[in-house]
Design a protein around this ligand. Structure first.
Ligand code: ZN
Length: 482
């Protein structure tokens, strides 16, 4: 694509901007002939791998072991937990034949891996000494989405599905795990500069088979929320269905308590949406495949100097671990700026004859678009500090945007006004009854995200449920969602 293509604007039409940028920035190609299943392009995959490196490090640091389960699950295993099957049977892909022969036991392509893993848990977990048991995998999962598909957000092949599964000897220990998941999630999103909120999902929207579910959302630029993380406490629901028992110290047999923690390539969708601007991607330095691009701006006769000087800078930065690239393509500098801005490279260094002569360099920040001339002797220190500042700035402005789009109101009328004006998240007093919650969803044409978590943040007094007029017990959050 040339620079003549008129790009969709992030600030005006986010949805089109997003779909277009996914391809022009080299994230994914969505022309693969299976709807909702897309191809990862090299640049997009590099960003996602950098996100996954952070996930692997967090999992290692918290004592989770990585595993890989098969993608196919026998129908007989899939059907063991009643709520789970009811929740997923409408969206699974079936494998019914092998060659010309119908299979005796049909297979499903995993939509998630509880039913693949837990019959194995029942073989692996024997004694209290085996607990807590903590594993995870990052794999592809398949869900037949009937809604409008969108790359990285709503797809039929979730190709980078992260799922951690744990087993514990008590409800309290499972609760500790949920707390650890939240801490992991907090550290991870800090590294991605993604501020978020956590809500306890209402009963009618919890994960099929869970005792309760937590969901973490970010705010996209159009005011719709995107769920990027979930944590579920299963209590003993699956352990009973899959006979996961352990022997206590006293020699008794107990069912294990279980939790899961899920994320996916939606993390990348959040990075693209939350930080982007009219020029394209803006990547946090932590996950940018190229953190610094050096652009030599040669002039006739002095070309060699500019090129040598640029490479020296790149080498020095590489030596301190910066991911750096020198763009020596034979095209106009303006075109290079355009390309790297679209790809979201956090920092650009411009080097012309004047910089070479004066032993200087120009630093151009992607987040603020500011340019500054620095001394060559200070360059390494300046680059390091500027990358840190970019990260902090991305987090700060995303946090301001999120907080500025959460509005607490008392009536349906006021809630409607918020969605009309600028969208975002509306918090309304709620009695806790499902019927009132569903009625509010309908009246607002929005989804109930749930109640603020930790639960002490969701309690209110002296407010009435706007539907039934009874005393409200909670604050409930509503939003238009992706
Ligand atoms: Zn009510």
């Amino acid at each position: 694509m040339g620079s003549k293509v008129k790009r969709k604007r992030w600030s005006e039409n986010f949805s089109e901007w997003y779909n277009e940028l996914i391809e022009t920035a080299g994230i994914q190609d969505k022309r693969y002939p299976v709807k909702g299943m897309n191809i990862w392009l090299p640049y997009g995959l590099k960003i996602m791998r950098n996100v996954e490196k952070l996930i692997h490090a967090e999992m290692r640091g918290t004592g989770h072991e990585e595993v890989l389960f098969p993608a196919l699950i026998p129908e007989t295993e899939f059907q063991k937990e009643a709520e789970h099957i009811a929740g997923f049977e409408g969206e699974v892909y079936w494998v019914t034949h092998a060659g010309h022969d119908p299979l005796e036991v049909r297979l499903i392509l995993r939509p998630t891996s509880e039913t693949a893993m837990y019959s194995m848990f029942s073989l692996w977990i024997r004694s209290h000494a085996d607990l807590p048991f903590k594993i995870y995998q990052i794999v592809n999962t398949y869900r037949y989405e009937t809604k409008h598909t969108r790359p990285l957000i709503r797809v039929r092949e979730i190709s980078r599905f992260f799922e951690a599964h744990t087993a514990h000897d008590s409800y309290e220990d499972a609760e500790r795990q949920i707390k650890e998941d939240l801490e992991i999630f907090d550290r991870l999103t800090r590294l991605l500069a993604l501020p978020y909120i956590v809500s306890k999902r209402p009963e009618w929207d919890k994960f099929p088979g869970a005792y309760y579910s937590l969901g973490a959302e970010v705010m996209m630029p159009d005011g719709r929320t995107l769920q990027i993380g979930t944590m579920h406490n299963y209590r003993q629901n699956f352990a009973r269905a899959y006979n996961i028992q352990y022997e206590t110290e006293e020699g008794e047999h107990e069912y294990a308590h279980q939790t899961t923690f899920g994320m996916s390539e939606r993390l990348l969708a959040a990075l693209i949406g939350v930080h982007g601007d009219d020029r394209g991607l803006v990547l946090p330095p932590t996950v940018a495949p190229i953190q610094v691009v050096v652009v030599p701006i040669p002039k006739k006769d002095v070309e060699g100097d500019v090129s040598v000087y640029s490479r020296e800078i790149a080498e020095e930065l590489m030596n301190i671990g910066v991911r750096v690239h020198v763009d020596e393509r034979d095209i106009r500098p303006g075109r290079k700026y355009y390309d790297w801005e679209m790809k979201g490279v956090p920092l650009r260094i411009e080097v012309g004859p004047r910089e070479v002569e004066g032993r200087k360099a120009v630093l151009a920040r992607r987040d603020t678009l500011e340019k500054r001339t620095v001394e060559r002797s200070d360059l390494v220190k300046e680059v390091r500090e500027t990358l840190d500042k970019i990260h902090e700035n991305l987090h700060r402005r995303a946090k301001e945007f999120l907080e500025g789009h959460i509005k607490r109101v008392d009536t349906i009328e006021d809630a409607r006004r918020v969605f009309r004006d600028r969208r975002g998240i509306v918090e309304i007093p709620w009695c806790g009854e499902e019927s009132c919650g569903l009625e509010m969803e309908e009246a607002l044409d929005a989804k109930m995200l749930g109640t603020p978590y930790p639960e002490e943040n969701s309690m209110i007094t002296d407010k009435k449920c706007p539907i039934c007029g009874r005393e409200a017990k909670f604050i409930a959050r509503f939003a238009r969602t992706y």
